[in-house]
Design a protein around this ligand. Structure first.
Ligand SMILES: [Zn+2]
Length: 65
């Protein structure tokens, strides 16, 4: 999996003590090594529900290369 921001390598990571709107305190997510972008399961699920969002991210990735 590649980062949607910088195109860097993302690794799965376990996050703790990060409370967001959903009240999750710990979760498995993806973290970008170069830029530190974090994707949690909620973000990933939301993204899959919005095809428009995906198209925009794909465009950003292409322009970043
Ligand atoms: Zn990144």
């Amino acid at each position: 999996m590649k980062c949607h921001r910088c195109g860097g390598v993302m690794v799965s990571d376990f996050f703790q003590d990060l409370e967001d709107d959903t009240g999750h305190l710990c979760f498995y997510g993806m973290r970008c090594i170069p830029c530190g972008e974090v994707l949690d399961p909620v973000i990933l699920a939301n993204r899959q529900k919005r095809p428009h969002h995906q198209a925009r991210n794909r465009k950003l990735m292409t322009s970043g290369r």
